[in-house]
Design a protein around this ligand. Structure first.
Ligand SMILES: Nc1ncnc2c1ncn2[C@@H]1O[C@H](COP(=O)(O)OP(=O)(O)OP(=O)(O)O)[C@@H](O)[C@H]1O
Ligand SMILES: [Mg+2]
Length: 171
């Protein structure tokens, strides 16, 4: 196992000052469009941590992203019960995980998640369960509901140069 998921203190990647980008997503289809745009730039080793409460839109975002990358169309069920679903894309394997039921980071390691962080594209719901195996190089997406039923506020944060291009690529 490499050290990419270790804390910034011990990691072998360059951790820079946190960068933030906020946006409003006015409908499920706006969220799907953003997911497709982000999906198009992903490579193996990229980890997206999807946070926010129940019904915030994490699975909707992940499903839209995965469907835009699938080589052959297939259903994208929520991994609530299976914990992990894997998919083949043109750029390699993609892991979609929902860690809500995870008991702790040891189980994440047993599932092979920490290895997948280095070899696959990973979309992780309820990433707070990862605790000290949270990859410092990840892109964090925090979804929040608003007073309007179909609207979400999304906050993107990151600490590695890998994601700096989002400041120009995103709408
Ligand atoms: N702008 C929006 N973006 C994303 N989803 C939206 C938006 N507006 C409404 N929704 C709806 O909110 C719901 C989000 O459900 P979803 O399963 O994605 O939540 P979740 O964050 O994965 O919750 P859980 O923690 O239970 O897994 C969907 O029914 C979706 O259609
Ligand atoms: Mg979900």
């Amino acid at each position: 196992m490499g050290g990419q998921y270790l804390s910034p203190m011990t990691s072998n990647i360059d951790i820079s000052a946190p960068q933030t980008r906020r946006m409003r997503l006015d409908s499920p289809s706006e969220t799907a469009d953003l997911a497709q745009q982000l999906g198009a730039i992903l490579l193996p080793g990229d980890v997206l941590l999807l946070s926010g409460g129940i019904g915030a839109g994490k699975t909707h975002f992940a499903r839209s992203l995965i469907q835009s990358l699938l080589l052959t169309p297939e259903d994208v069920p929520s991994p609530t019960f299976t914990l992990v679903q894997t998919y083949d894309t043109a750029v390699g394997e993609l892991w979609h995980s929902d860690l809500y039921r995870l008991t702790g980071p040891d189980e994440a390691i047993e599932l092979g998640l920490t290895d997948a962080f280095e070899t696959a594209i990973c979309l992780i719901e309820w990433p707070d369960r990862l605790q000290d195996v949270t990859p410092a190089s990840a892109l964090n997406l925090e979804f929040a509901t608003t007073d309007s039923e179909d609207q979400r506020e999304l906050t993107l944060t990151w600490q590695t140069a890998r994601w700096d291009m989002l400041q120009t690529v995103l709408p």
